[in-house]
Design a protein around this ligand. Structure first.
Ligand SMILES: [Zn+2]
Ligand SMILES: [Zn+2]
Length: 558
């Protein structure tokens, strides 16, 4: 049993506070903790902490105590390395994240460190994929929200040439691990100071001349500040994906270049500095490849054939066809939504509240429809500069009918149909419900087709190719829904949808005015992952064309 006293407890608290105040040289201050430990600390944990402290310093102590999403902690727990070896890697090379570790493995610099050697390097290399999988993932929307204030502040800083998110966030992956930001700047100190001012009482994990790692809401945020002249190399490497970078490296080698995490080298070992990623792509004979499609499957082959898509951009979006108001579970009035859509420069929007049997907290009723129509009529008069479509989001009922009588549906400008619950139905039954809805002449669009709920509920496992085929046949639009919990369809599915010839809508499915922009942005990002171009998307077209497309369905199917 370990005994301690109040003074020791204070010392313990002080030591942790010091550690959190971000100075790497505070190791010495932690020592007294172990001479007279506080009573309430588990002896086993204490032994482990002491071992860590003696070999790894406070970075490890901290990350273990606080149960952090720190990559180093996972490496330690993977048994690939001992604490001593980990401490050597951290202290000699400044390795703090999986990306650092992968770079060090790639450059074979680990094996030369004292006490490491080829075998340990191989063990770390083998552990890397599972380490990546073990870093807790956060939804893209949340990662966006955490990264944005840093990006805004850093971009406004004099001397910062550019600042971008890197990694899975930049690629628009639906779940993101740690957040990495790259800021090209000559004065790294200013950048670090500014970054520390972004969040209140930041907890710093690591700080060196051109790197800062801190914790914000338990998410690790890394900031790299490469010199502008070669910053493109850092951004390219940290953006990944690993498979894309590997494929790029192989392509570079075939054209006589050596591509490393540190930059592009000639065969004689001379660095060819790259201020931007585009510099690197062009030097090795490729057009720049957008981050969202850097998956390492067929994008380099497509680039070589000159067949890269011109991906849809947020600027191409002319309106938003899916959003909710206080008539169902939205938080804001129709007018508030209209005003924000005008601010966003949209030509049109559609108000699409939930139908009576939806599980939403509040629904549009049959009696409510004409009153809502009247409110919209008045708003059209008040805001003639934007087209307000009156739509609804109807649930597809268990037997495939939709949740408003045809007489009611006829009064809407467009009708979105969705499944919000599976009712334990088999994929075949679910598909039948979708198909029945699509065959309805008044149904314009299938929303969030997989009905997944990130990160908790996976989507339906349907025969989506059959669904897309029917969408084309019945002229029904299919949606990429930008709500952070949906991002549905995801990129891979969206790519299959356009390959089948389906027309997509990208929507915000926003329930509040302040989220209209962000959720549309997430929708566009997700569609870009699916190689979607503006020509595939209904709401990149002017309102007359949108109306014609909606009419075409009603007329054809009838
Ligand atoms: Zn919905
Ligand atoms: Zn909705």
């Amino acid at each position: 049993m370990i005994r301690g006293d109040a003074a020791a407890e204070t010392r313990y608290a002080r030591a942790l506070a010091l550690a959190r105040s971000s100075r790497l040289d505070s190791d010495a201050e932690l020592g007294p903790l172990f001479d007279a430990p506080p009573q309430n600390i588990d002896p086993e944990i204490l032994t482990r902490l002491r071992q860590m402290y003696e070999t790894g310093g406070w970075v490890l102590v901290e990350s273990t105590i606080a149960d952090l999403p720190s990559d180093l902690r996972w490496l330690f727990e993977s048994d690939a390395v001992t604490l001593e070896q980990l401490a050597t890697i951290h202290r000699t090379l400044g390795v703090t994240s999986n990306a650092d570790l992968a770079a060090a493995v790639g450059e074979r610099t680990l094996q030369d460190l004292p006490g490491i050697g080829v075998e340990v390097e191989a063990a770390i290399s083998a552990a890397l994929p599972s380490l990546r999988a073990r870093v807790p993932r956060i939804p893209l929307g949340r990662a966006f929200g955490l990264a944005e204030p840093f990006l805004e502040r850093l971009r406004a800083l004099p001397g910062v040439v550019w600042a971008h998110a890197a990694g899975s966030l930049r690629r628009g992956q639906d779940l993101v691990g740690d957040i990495e930001i790259v800021a090209a700047a000559d004065a790294p100190r200013d950048v670090i100071e500014e970054a520390l001012r972004v969040v209140e009482a930041p907890r710093c994990l690591h700080r060196s001349a051109r790197r800062l790692y801190l914790l914000d809401e338990r998410v690790q945020i890394g900031i790299r500040i490469p010199e502008p002249a070669n910053a493109g190399a850092t951004l390219l490497y940290l953006t990944g994906s690993v498979r894309h970078f590997d494929a790029l490296r192989a392509h570079a080698a075939a054209t006589g270049w050596l591509l490393t995490p540190g930059g592009l080298y000639t065969s004689d070992g001379a660095l060819r500095p790259a201020a931007s990623e585009d510099d690197i792509y062009r030097t090795i004979g490729l057009p720049p490849i957008p981050p969202e499609i850097r998956n390492g499957d067929d994008e380099i082959a497509a680039a070589l054939r000159g067949e890269l898509p011109t991906l849809v951009s947020p600027d191409a979006i002319l309106g938003d066809l899916h959003m909710h108001s206080t008539w169902s579970d939205g938080r804001d009035s129709i007018e508030a939504m209209v005003l924000e859509c005008r601010t966003l420069g949209y030509q049109y929007l559609a108000i699409t509240d939930h139908s009576p049997h939806s599980a939403a907290s509040r629904n549009l009723t049959v009696e409510g429809v004409p009153r809502q129509a009247e409110e919209i009529r008045q708003l059209r008069e008040r805001y003639p500069d934007i087209t307000i479509l009156h739509g609804c989001e109807v649930d597809i009922l268990p037997d495939g009918r939709v949740d408003f009588p045809d007489k009611v549906l006829e009064g809407f400008d467009l009708v979105l149909a969705s499944l919000h619950e599976g009712l334990g139905h088999s994929p075949d039954q679910l598909l039948k419900r979708y198909v029945a809805a699509m065959k309805h002449p008044l149904v314009s669009m299938i929303t969030h087709p997989t009905n997944r709920l990130l990160p908790h509920r996976p989507g339906y496992e349907l025969d989506y190719d059959r669904l897309f085929e029917m969408a084309v046949e019945t002229r029904t639009l299919v949606e990429v829904d930008g709500a952070p919990a949906h991002l549905d369809m995801d990129g891979a599915l969206a790519r299959r949808a356009i390959a089948a010839g389906a027309t997509l809508a990208i929507s915000s499915d926003s329930h509040r005015a302040t989220m209209l922009r962000r959720q549309m942005q997430l929708g566009v990002l997700t569609a870009r992952r699916g190689w979607v171009e503006a020509r595939h998307v209904v709401n990149t077209r002017p309102i007359e064309d949108v109306r014609a497309i909606l009419r075409a369905k009603r007329d054809t199917v009838r």
